[in-house]
Ligand binder design. Structure first.
Ligand code: RB5
Length: 152
């Protein structure tokens, strides 16, 4: 993505410190993220912030970074939005491959799992790796076809 591609970042209370570290770091590598909350350490619900961020990403075609304690709640919540491909990353290869192969548009991180230095590296890799297309494009198209509605 380029420096002008819209970029959003959000967390719950358990991801607040890591979010703040990323908000500070991203401009140093050429990216400016709009912080859509939470802004305090008061307990809050991660689905609310995942939803707020995913709406922005879907409206603009931009990208997003979501942080909670584990990164798991945010990734579950984000992936319930059609058109969002959210990837919980804990390793450099995750961040690289989920862009190149899955065209992920939301990076999820866990503050209780991933230290700030590694989280910054994961974000930089995520934001600078292009989707490879080709055989991966057809696989992504199948994701849109495979929305499953549970029946009783
Ligand atoms: C909050 O305590 C915690 O449950 C939340 O941040 C997240 O880790 C959920 O998946």
């Amino acid at each position: 993505m380029t420096a002008t591609t819209p970029l959003y970042i959000a967390s719950d209370h358990a991801g607040l410190h890591l979010k703040n570290a990323l908000v500070e770091y991203l401009p140093t590598v050429g990216f400016q993220a709009e912080d859509v909350g939470t802004y305090t350490g008061e307990s809050c619900d991660y689905p609310d912030f995942a939803h707020r961020l995913c709406q922005k990403v879907l409206e603009t075609g931009g990208k997003g970074i979501l942080i909670c304690g584990t990164g798991i709640g945010m990734s579950i919540a984000a992936n319930r939005h059609e058109g969002i491909r959210a990837a919980l990353c804990t390793h450099e290869f995750h961040a690289q491959a989920t862009r190149a192969h899955n065209d992920a548009n939301v990076l999820c991180l866990g503050e209780r799992v991933t230290a700030p230095g590694l989280a910054c590296l994961l974000a930089r890799i995520f934001l600078t790796t292009a989707f490879e297309g080709g055989r991966h494009a057809g696989r992504i198209a199948k994701l849109a076809l495979n929305t499953i509605t549970a029946s009783k």
